[in-house]
Ligand binder design. Structure first.
Ligand code: GLU
Length: 265
């Protein structure tokens, strides 16, 4: 289980996403990537190795100006479980250029889903279990990302923290969790999501922790949460009162203690 960061708001997304990934680096990872809504398209950039390498690639990108203007995006640091640590296997994964998705966790029924999606004409570009998720959501997408993600996850066995974007829904992020944490940081007309509070604390201390099988749609400062059976649910907002340094360690004195106490999850 590695790192997820997402942003929807009014500010440039890239610095928020890269800063968030850097705050998650302590967990260890083998590759990193981002997907941005830029100029009506989804632009994905990913790299083996460090977040600094990804930052350099973004700065040198031919569409760097459009990327700098993007105000909605998702980012990931991967710890490979299915497929080696290569650029092709790094997240985000794309489906038909219209959906992008990052995932922490393991899809247990990925073989069956992959066969079904291949038979339906989907081309797989990676060896990951994650790529089935983005194509599955795409196969159910009819213009409403929240609905498509909800339907898709009903078919998924295993664990996930995910963040997803559509080319056709500017400013909209959809996130969900089961057995892999997602925290939603509430700002002024903006929202920062992450797999760990340390990635949001620079921007806000107001946090909503998703429960298992929650799916949330984020549009700037607006957050709507539903259960996987599509019923509205409300989750309490809590205040993160740790320092940035303590937040990285989840309130524990040492990283080792944090890892030990996170084991049940
Ligand atoms: N199972 C996924 C993969 O191998 C996600 C790994 C992670 O949690 O970083 O790509």
């Amino acid at each position: 289980m590695c790192g997820i960061v997402g942003y929807s708001g009014l500010r440039p997304a890239v610095p928020v996403l890269l800063n968030g990934l850097k705050r998650l680096e302590y967990r260890g990872y083998d590759s990193a990537g981002v997907a941005l809504q830029a100029g009506g398209d989804l632009v994905v950039e990913k790299r083996e190795g460090k977040v600094a390498g990804l930052a350099d690639a973004l700065a040198a990108h031919p569409e760097a100006e459009a990327l700098d203007g993007a105000t909605c995006g998702i980012a990931h640091t991967r710890w490979a479980t299915h497929g080696p640590p290569t650029e092709a296997n790094a997240h985000p994964h794309l489906s038909k250029g219209r959906l992008a998705l990052v995932h922490n966790g393991i899809v247990e029924n990925h073989v069956m889903l992959r066969e079904r999606l291949k038979a339906a004409g989907y081309e797989f570009r990676s060896e990951t279990d994650t790529e089935v998720l983005v194509h599955l959501v795409d196969s159910l997408y009819e213009g409403n990302l929240l609905e498509a993600v909800t339907k898709a996850l009903q078919e998924v066995e295993g664990t996930f923290g995910i963040a997803c974007l559509s080319r056709h829904e500017p400013g909209i992020l959809v996130v969900a969790r089961r057995g892999s944490p997602i925290v939603i940081g509430l700002g002024e007309e903006e929202t920062i999501v992450a797999s760990d509070a340390s990635a949001i604390i620079k921007h806000t201390r107001q946090a909503v922790y998703l429960d298992d099988n929650d799916v949330a749609r984020i549009d700037g400062g607006e957050v709507e949460i539903r259960s996987l059976d599509a019923m509205p649910v409300s989750r309490a907002t809590s205040e993160i009162d740790w320092s940035a340094d303590a937040a990285e360690k989840g309130g524990y004195e040492h990283y080792m203690l944090k890892e030990i106490f996170e084991q049940p999850e």
